[in-house]
Design a binder for this molecule. Structure first.
Ligand code: IMP
Length: 500
């Protein structure tokens, strides 16, 4: 990454800048905005189609938002104010959303009755009707039960074997998603079990799911090698980390984030090293804001580093504790410190406009983590609250009093363990944000602003923006000039609002 003069000079004077202090300098450009490539990485092995990651907060990321964000090309980090089992369930719902390949299809035994199977379906809440039927002795596939078999069965005490279709078309364990789709269309079948040489079932494709993927804009989705949406999850340190990781890995989580307010600490570094010894999984670690901290986390094996101490919109860390660092200088210093190590940086917090995303990346980040810009979307957790003729949704800091009182996860993020209200030291506030509509529309707006910024800088890719992006320091007069002035705005622009 090229040196950025204003940031280097400021550092000599121990002066640190944030978003509004700086503006990107325009440069020669040849590209149309839709030719700009905004693919990047969240961690060493986890790519993103857009550089947007959602915050691990209980008013931002649960499975609904993580699904929509992965479909838009980003990744959601499921928060950790959920007990480990529930958090893993959220991960599973994201991973199963597309169901390109059902790895472990629910099978029934040939001697089970239709009544038993119907009861089991109801109890477990399964929404599907197709069940491979297997022999209980050697577990080989003997037939298939479909919706029709249930519907036309007049005697529910009959066994699966008596009702099932025995003509089952199957694929080999090597059968790809595209081959399965072709076969199902040619043969007009709705499910395709995959079996090995001994006739044992090793997976199943379902036409409706495969069609949904093919007909959806899967090219834009952030999916893993098995066409499942990617998802991340937040973990704590020590026992919490191990307890969560065990079940998150079983649900195929793509990457985990050690989620703390101060990651340059012994407990985080020891946890990171222990996890890397035991798991073959990318681990992103945060948060930090100093270059030496970035080096320490890199040395300890981090696959991605999250930068941001105190910039968040709900954050009171800096006023309560007196510590933190303005975000652009923090990003730049950390990125420079680990420049040659191929460890992506995620800039976390403080992003209020799409232009801030461009600035964060130009300062050295590979992706940004958004809290307030995604809170209040239709897919964020929580109910809408009507107030003063508008619709709102809760948005609160994970270190707010409410979050800390409710969850051990929140307390441990801020190194606290008391459950007594008086003894807690909150580092965040609780409030409301205006409802913003669909996440997909907001993401399009944010990436649109980023593309526009890349157009001005003349950067064709995220890497080029990191390289070419250079800043001017601006004055108060420059700041005033940068926003609409001398006008009473009568029609709100979709991507600009007056500062609240
Ligand atoms: P935002 O995008 O400016 O709203 O910032 C979101 C980020 O703020 C999150 O990703 C966290 O890193 C950070 N954060 C969340 N809760 C708190 C808190 O209570 N205090 C301080 N920082 C917080």
């Amino acid at each position: 990454m090229k040196s950025k003069l204003v940031l280097d000079e400021a550092a000599m004077d121990r002066l640190a800048y944030t978003f509004d202090d700086l503006l990107l300098r325009p440069g020669y450009a040849e590209l149309l905005l839709n030719q700009v490539n905004i693919e990047t990485f969240f961690s060493r092995n986890i790519p993103l189609k857009i550089p947007i990651v959602s915050a691990a907060m209980d008013t931002v990321t649960e499975y609904e938002l993580a699904i929509e964000l992965a479909k838009a090309g980003g990744i959601g980090v499921i928060h950790r104010n959920l007990d480990p089992e529930t958090q893993a369930l959220h991960v599973a719902r994201v991973k199963h959303h597309l169901n390109g390949l059902i790895e472990k299809p629910i099978c029934v035994y040939k001697n089970q009755t239709i009544e038993q199977i119907k009861n089991m379906r109801e109890q477990k809440g399964y929404g599907f009707h197709s069940f491979p039927v297997i022999n209980p002795v050697n577990r080989s596939l003997v037939g298939i039960l479909t919706g029709n078999d249930f519907e036309f069965c007049s005697n529910i005490s009959q066994t699966a074997e008596e009702v099932m279709s025995t003509k089952v078309l199957t694929g080999s364990t090597e059968c790809t998603f595209a081959e399965a789709y072709q076969k199902m269309r040619e043969e007009k079948i709705k499910v395709l079990p995959l079996i090995d040489n001994e006739g044992k079932i090793h997976g199943m494709y379902v036409l409706s799911d495969v069609k949904r993927i093919i007909e959806g804009n899967i090219g834009a989705y952030n999916v893993d090698s098995k066409n499942r949406l990617r998802v991340a999850a937040a973990i704590g340190v020590r026992e919490d980390a191990f307890e969560r990781l065990e079940i998150l890995v079983a649900e195929n989580v793509d990457v985990v984030v050690i989620d703390t307010a101060h990651a340059d600490s012994r407990s985080v570094i020891e946890t990171l090293k222990d996890l890397k010894k035991n798991y073959d999984l990318d681990i992103v670690v945060g948060n930090i804001s100093m270059p030496e901290s970035a080096k320490r986390l890199a040395d300890a094996g981090a696959d991605g580093i999250k930068v941001g101490q105190g910039p968040g919109s709900i954050c009171t860390t800096r006023v309560v504790s007196g510590a933190g660092r303005p975000q652009i200088s923090a990003i730049y210093d950390c990125a420079k410190a680990i420049e040659l190590l191929n460890i992506p940086i995620c800039a976390d917090g403080g992003i209020r406009y799409s232009g801030d995303i461009t600035k964060a990346i130009a300062a050295g980040a590979h992706s940004v983590m958004l809290g307030s810009l995604l809170a209040g979307t239709e897919e964020s957790p929580g109910e809408t609250v009507p107030l003063q003729g508008k619709k709102w949704k809760d948005y609160r800091g994970m270190g707010s009093l409410g979050a800390m009182l409710e969850s051990k996860g929140s307390r441990s993020r801020y190194l606290q363990d008391s459950t007594e209200k008086k003894k807690l030291v909150p580092e965040g506030v609780e409030g409301l944000v205006l409802c913003k509509g669909k996440l997909a529309d907001k993401v399009l707006e944010y990436t649109g602003g980023l593309r526009s910024g890349m157009g001005y800088v003349g950067a064709a890719s995220i890497e080029e923006l990191r390289e070419k992006g250079d800043f001017d320091r601006i004055t108060d007069a420059g700041k005033l000039e940068s926003k609409p002035h001398g006008i009473l705005i009568t029609k709100e622009a979709p991507n600009y609002r007056e500062e609240d």
